[in-house]
Write a protein that binds this ligand. Structure first.
Ligand SMILES: O=C(O)C1=C[C@@H](OP(=O)(O)O)[C@@H](O)[C@H](O)C1
Ligand SMILES: C=C(OP(=O)(O)O)C(=O)O
Length: 450
């Protein structure tokens, strides 16, 4: 089992903390940065597709930078566009460079899919990340790839990065089985790399999911984007996925990356507790991101939500003036990232709130159940945790607090919402937001009034 990452020193070049004053209201509009999950998927898909793909609206953050650097190191031609978020990626179906040492930070969306793609392609590769990445499990994916005939060795602790990948003998045979109870990214990784498996074996590539699958909307996103690159996956519910022999990615020409729905959750939450309206643009009713469902969670808590094709807007009670959100007891398995936002909003509820089925929190950027419990308690909340749930009872008396962020961007972002309880909040190591949203605190400051 992994250990919680302790509070780390501030990121070099970033302040050790940021002091957020007590807030009373929030309103305004935010153009969202690109979706991390879509950006890293389309970068890889474009690199594996024949032809040039114009990508627009890409996220620029730690997670996408490590993906871009890895693709360049693998010989993929990437030309940055004149405007922010633009790139042209020219793929050839395979990576031209067959030997590389790749550093992938703490980006699950880079590490897991690249492991599958490189293991299926063969070569001589080393994949590593930050210390926490080496505590995040990858054994279920490695087991599945070994079943296919791939050669992967653990450099340190079995089941965890760093990995060494060699050239295996991929063979058609029984379906590859993968567990999906620890992370859906293992199934996503196999799916994204599937055309490489069919090219190596000449046969259909069939994946069976062994047991429960978490975070399902991310798999739907994977299938949706694969289809835009010309590969249709046949499926039997959530149990079996099949990619036909001969499947190959084709560039769709141009892809526009949606705004990040997980990042949207913080601003919609601000609208819900600070009067609002707060509008996010870049994501809307037709999004392929599961985290847009967080807007419904807000509605159930008593917020008013409006949607357009590419915007969402939230307004609600001013909790600083005594308004309250409705307490909730909900299963958050489908939206594990936005669920952290709900955990902090529980501070403003009219009773105890329960978040169920969030066991995956334990193996993300930090042990998020432990970190969330520790930091919510500092503000005066009573918090009970189990292996896969949290019960948050709002504070009777709020206490000013210095919030540890555990090198977890979402801890930093969601605790900025704790400023409506009448006390100021200090966020330690705010620079950790660079994983997905480097300018987060500037955008926050533009929406919130004291
Ligand atoms: O596939 C993806 O893009 C992601 C899947 C989720 O992870 P798990 O499947 O590990 O829950 C999510 O938490 C992560 O931020 C992004
Ligand atoms: C879990 C997350 O990231 P990763 O893609 O590294 O799994 C996250 O962004 O909340």
């Amino acid at each position: 089992m992994t250990r919680p990452t302790m509070q780390t020193a501030a990121k070099p070049g970033h302040p050790p903390h940021i002091d957020l004053p007590a807030a009373r209201s929030a309103r305004g509009s935010v153009a969202l940065p690109g979706s991390k999950s879509i950006s890293n998927r389309v970068l890889l898909l474009a690199a594996l597709a024949g032809g040039a793909t114009q990508l627009e609206g890409l996220l620029d953050s730690d997670d996408t930078r490590v993906m871009l650097a890895a693709l360049r190191a693998l010989g993929v031609q990437v030309v940055d566009g004149a405007d922010d978020g633009q790139a042209e990626v020219t793929g050839s179906g395979r990576f031209p460079v067959r030997r590389a040492d790749l550093f992938l930070g703490n980006a699950g969306t880079a590490f897991r899919p690249l492991t599958a793609a490189l293991a299926m392609m063969g070569g001589d590769y080393r994949l590593s990340g930050v210390p926490r990445m080496h505590e995040r499990p990858i054994g279920d994916l490695v087991d599945a790839l070994r079943m296919l005939g791939a050669r992967i060795d653990y450099e340190g602790q079995p089941g965890y990065p760093p990995l060494r990948i060699g050239t295996g003998r991929l063979a058609a045979g029984a379906p590859v089985r993968v567990k999906g109870s620890v992370s859906s990214q293992f199934l996503t990784a196999l799916l994204l790399a599937a055309p490489l498996a069919t090219a190596a074996t000449g046969a259909d590539f069939v994946i069976d999911v062994d047991g429960d699958l978490i975070s399902k909307p991310y798999v739907d996103m994977t299938l949706n984007l694969m289809a835009r690159f010309g590969v249709a996956v046949a499926r039997e519910g959530w149990r079996r996925f099949a990619v036909p022999a001969g499947a190959a990615y084709r560039s769709p020409g141009r892809i526009l990356v949606e705004g990040d729905a997980s990042s949207a959750s913080y601003f919609l939450a601000l609208g819900a507790i600070g009067g609002g309206p707060v509008r996010v643009t870049g994501v809307g009713r037709d999004s392929i991101q599961g985290d847009v469902a967080f807007a419904q969670t807000l509605q159930e808590m008593g917020a008013r939500i409006g949607y357009g094709p590419d915007w969402i807007e939230a307004s609600g009670p001013r909790v600083a003036d005594g308004g309250r959100l409705r307490a909730f007891d909900a299963d958050f398995n489908l939206i594990p990232d936005a669920a952290m936002t709900a955990a902090v909003l529980a501070l403003y509820a009219d009773g105890p709130c329960r978040l169920r089925n969030i066991g995956s929190w334990r193996v993300k950027e930090t042990d998020r159940i432990h970190a969330m419990q520790t930091e919510l308690q500092k503000l005066g909340a009573d918090v009970a945790a189990t292996a896969d749930s949290l019960v948050v009872t709002p504070p009777v008396r709020w206490r000013p607090a210095a919030i540890g962020t555990w090198d977890d961007h979402r801890m930093a972002m969601c605790f900025s919402l704790a400023t409506f309880g009448g006390v100021g909040v200090r966020i330690l190591d705010p620079g950790c937001v660079s994983k997905t949203f480097p300018s987060y605190f500037d955008v926050y400051a533009g929406l919130v009034q004291a």
